[in-house]
Design a protein around this ligand. Structure first.
Ligand code: 1CP
Length: 349
């Protein structure tokens, strides 16, 4: 295997270069004052996502500040329903709001054919970030997984118990499957377009995977992700794909068996010893500092970071959080985290 200039790619190819790359989920966003500034002037969150120039600037902000090994394109998992014709409004203090879809008849209104045109600004942002990004930095393209996106489409936003989505999936699985199939096609196309724009790596976020019971997990999480991975790899066999099945517990064991994936992103509930023994021998792992330690900083953070490095970094490993950066996280804590990871690399190489 050829050594890449991008440390992220080397690790994802299983090459142990004594380098622990680092990036953070939600590394762009509210905790950065330079983001707040752009957000204030942009009017709405979606205006940033759909303006290639603003999306590029915001994507690069955390790279300029912290020198992370990867940028993740600034967008959202909910641009997919928006592009399919189920408009999404991000209400400050509330979160995403959509007109809920609860019947098979409403699925007829979803327009797969307009996806590419609607999301063209995202692909343009991907290309312009790639052309400004240093050659040793990777650009991550992403999408939500079908199950997680479906929960927002059916509930009309975020939810406490996801009853409507779970009820539809359980009481009328063949109907619900039509929605999942539309999403499999949309997501596959969206990911492929991001690769064509210049994404080096893909991540699929199944943030609500942990809600599903055993057989539902197979049908609504694993099977659709398998299809997407197969579809993407058919066109781009070399692209590394990372899966984030949040809160899936022992079912990470099934996720690592998905053919063709390169890595899993670990949530912070998993035990490190178990991860090392059962997952790290199968795929590359990325994770899994509880974002609360990054908010707290100090010794609490240092000890937890070292515990993760001691257990997982002897094998090829990518440092990340177990979920996204919390809004009030001090930037000094993020800088210190990056220093710890950089020092660890020097000491061990
Ligand atoms: O007001 C604002 O500025 C909007 C806040 C915000 C941001 C910065 C939202 C609204 N989305 C994003 C960006 C975003 N979302 C990124 C790119 C930025 C980066 O990572 O640096 C990514 C990868 C996402 C992914 C995303 N969006 C997920 C999956 C990951 C996760 O956090 O579990 C999910 C579930 C969403 C939905 C979403 N977007 C935004 C909100 C408030 C929500 C709802 C979250 C919830 O239901 O609790």
């Amino acid at each position: 295997m050829l050594i890449s200039k991008q440390p992220m790619i080397n690790v994802l190819n299983g090459i142990n270069t004594n380098r622990v790359p680092i990036w953070l989920m939600r590394q762009a966003g509210r905790y950065l004052e330079e983001y707040q500034q752009i957000r204030k002037n942009a009017g709405s969150f979606l205006n940033i996502c759909y303006s290639p120039d603003l999306a590029k600037k915001v994507t690069l902000q955390p790279i300029h500040r912290f020198n992370f090994d990867a940028a993740i394109i600034f967008s959202d998992i909910l641009v997919i329903p928006d592009a399919l014709g189920q408009p999404v409004d991000f209400k400050p203090g509330v979160g995403p709001v959509l007109e809920p879809i609860r019947s098979v008849n409403s699925l007829a209104h979803l327009k797969l054919h307009q996806l590419k045109t609607h999301l063209a600004p995202v692909y343009e942002a991907v290309s312009s970030v790639r052309s400004e990004l240093a050659e040793n930095k990777s650009l991550i393209g992403f999408s939500g997984a079908p199950w997680t996106i479906a929960t927002y489409m059916v509930e009309g936003g975020t939810s406490r118990d996801f009853t409507n989505t779970k009820l539809w999936a359980c009481a009328a699985p063949d109907e619900f499957n039509n929605l999942i199939e539309i999403l499999v096609s949309a997501i596959t196309e969206h990911l492929i377009s991001q690769i064509k724009g210049g994404a080096d790596i893909l991540q699929i976020f199944d943030s609500w995977a942990g809600l599903l019971s055993e057989r539902a997990f197979e049908r609504w999480c694993l099977a659709p992700i398998r299809k997407i991975v197969r579809g993407v790899l058919k066109e781009f066999p070399e692209i590394p794909i990372i899966i984030f099945p949040r809160l899936a517990g022992r079912r990470y064991l099934d996720v690592v068996e998905i053919e063709g994936i390169s890595a899993v992103s670990l949530d912070h509930t998993l035990s490190l010893g178990w991860v090392h023994e059962h997952l790290q021998s199968k795929v590359i792992v990325q994770g899994n500092l509880d974002p609360i330690y990054l908010l707290a900083g100090g010794n609490a953070m240092r000890e937890e970071v070292n515990r993760i490095l001691d257990c997982l970094a002897p094998s090829p490993f990518i440092f990340n959080l177990g979920h996204g950066v919390l809004p009030n996280t001090p930037t000094e804590h993020v800088s210190e985290l990056c220093d710890i990871i950089t020092r660890f690399q020097r000491e061990s190489s």
